[in-house]
Design a protein around this ligand. Structure first.
Ligand code: P5A
Length: 440
């Protein structure tokens, strides 16, 4: 993409409505614009990042689950059956169609997926089954804030599992646990599993995945040693190895404020190992057995020929919230530095002198070559000063900057800079068409 053609309305000044760094940077780098309280338009740059995050999630979830797509609008009937139509409270947006039929904008999908399952699956032979989708949700949050971190409309990945018995359901829960560790790692995030309350979703087993950040909304209390744990190379069809990993990680003391017990914390964690900080919840696992399958009559015939309600769990990731969380963990005084896995473009070409013929020829040649190799590249081809172009490239956080100026070219080189470290190397112009090899 050429910068001259990209719709990228960046801002020089810090917008006054944004109190945290990720919100400020998303507005300044032209990723989002608010359309109403807690509701945002995703501009091209932000939308690319959102899509990249979705695709990382897909690449891992497809190994243990199948993607489908449920609608945003749901019928109130199924929510009346589960009892949540009234219980969910003011966070749920309800409305009527022209026939006075009650509908709602889905805040989550337990009821709908259970209804689909009940009408299409009858036997344990179809199990285990796990289904997910990536779809917009609406929760009329009392205090939407921090941009996409706590929106009213937000994008969620939500998966739902169906099993014959509790033992299998816990195996699925554990597979999700491992999948979540891998998903967040691919985004260069350290996500800590934390014992959690179940709130309006329900059930008796639940973990949140929390990114440590000063701007986080919840207090977290940890045994620091969990930060040093690595994710072993286990396959999804090794339930015992996965269970060992989950048992090991959940044996560390970790708790958000609602589950925290100071006495147990002090007794079980040495003073030097205690870390009290703040965090952003990016994912949440729930096991709730037959809480929805019973009222919605999602029964299966089990191996013994009995008709029983299916065992279920649900597993969420805050996809749009992750954009903010990643920025929170990857920024400096110049702006964002994207992890390569989610970056909107891998390379940014800064032509420092657009009116210089040699600079233009080399810039275009590198640009065309990267496009031919299917590598995402943004070429700043505008007639702007070098300072403006460099500052913007720093702000929007493209991982690799190619800087082409007349002085270097005279000596036969241009520069390649790593945005995160600032480290810069000189690349011989003869290697211009092989730039990827020069990433260091
Ligand atoms: C799990 C999947 C659920 O809704 N039902 C389906 C279960 N869980 S949850 O914890 O309530 O939400 C899952 C994740 O969604 C993100 N999230 C939000 N992101 C932005 N703005 C919001 N207002 C918001 N509310 C929830 C969180 O990342 C959460 O972990």
């Amino acid at each position: 993409m050429k910068r001259s053609q990209l719709f990228l309305p960046t801002l020089k000044e810090n917008p006054s409505e944004a109190s945290i760094i990720s919100h400020r940077l998303m507005l300044r780098s032209g990723m989002i614009r608010q359309s109403s309280s807690g509701i945002y338009t995703w501009l091209p740059l932000g939308y690319k990042v959102l899509k990249n995050i979705e695709n990382i999630i897909r690449s891992e979830q497809n190994l243990i689950s199948q993607e489908l797509l449920m609608p945003t609008i749901q019928d109130s009937e199924i929510w009346k059956k589960s009892g949540r139509f009234d219980d969910y409270g003011k966070e749920m947006l309800k409305f009527k169609d022209r026939h006075e039929h009650e509908l709602l904008y889905g805040p989550t999908n337990e009821e709908l997926i259970t209804d689909i399952f009940s009408k299409n699956v009858v036997s344990y032979k179809s199990l285990p089954m796990c289904l997910y989708h990536i779809q917009w949700k609406f929760r009329d949050e009392i205090r939407p804030r921090f941009g996409v971190m706590r929106g009213r409309e937000f994008l969620m990945k939500d998966a739902y599992s169906f099993d014959e018995n509790k033992e299998d359901a816990i195996k699925c829960y554990n597979r999700m646990f491992l999948s979540y560790l891998r998903i967040f790692k691919k985004m260069d995030l350290k996500a800590i599993p934390v014992a959690a309350d179940t709130g309006p979703i329900g059930g008796d087993l639940s973990h949140e995945f929390i990114i440590l950040a000063d701007t986080g909304e919840s207090d977290v209390y940890l045994d620091k040693n969990i930060l040093g744990e690595n994710i072993p190379n286990i396959k999804y069809d090794e339930p015992l190895a996965i269970s060992d990993l989950v048992d090991k990680l959940t044996s560390y003391y970790t708790a958000a404020d609602d589950k925290h017990n100071e006495d147990i914390y002090i007794k079980s964690v040495k003073e030097n190992d205690r870390l009290k900080t703040r965090g952003i919840e990016v994912g949440h696992l729930f096991y709730f057995g037959n809480k929805y399958s019973k009222p919605l009559e999602a029964n299966i015939t089990n191996n013994d020929g009995q008709n029983i309600p299916v065992e279920m769990g649900s597993y969420g990731i805050g996809v749009s919230r992750l954009v903010g969380a990643i920025i929170d963990a990857h920024n400096d005084d110049k702006g964002i530095y994207w992890p390569e896995s989610v970056a909107p473009y891998m390379f940014g070409i800064v032509n420092l002198r657009q009116d210089d013929n040699a600079c233009r020829v080399l810039s275009e040649s590198i640009y065309n070559n990267l496009i031919k190799s299917n590598i995402e590249v943004l070429y700043d081809d505008r007639n702007e000063g070098a300072g403006i172009k460099l500052a913007e490239m720093d702000l929007i956080g493209i991982p690799w900057q190619i800087r082409i100026g007349p002085r270097g070219l005279k000596n036969g080189y241009f520069e390649l800079m790593n945005r995160k470290t600032g480290k810069t190397i000189e690349v011989n112009v003869n290697e211009a068409n092989n730039i990827v090899k020069n990433k260091f």
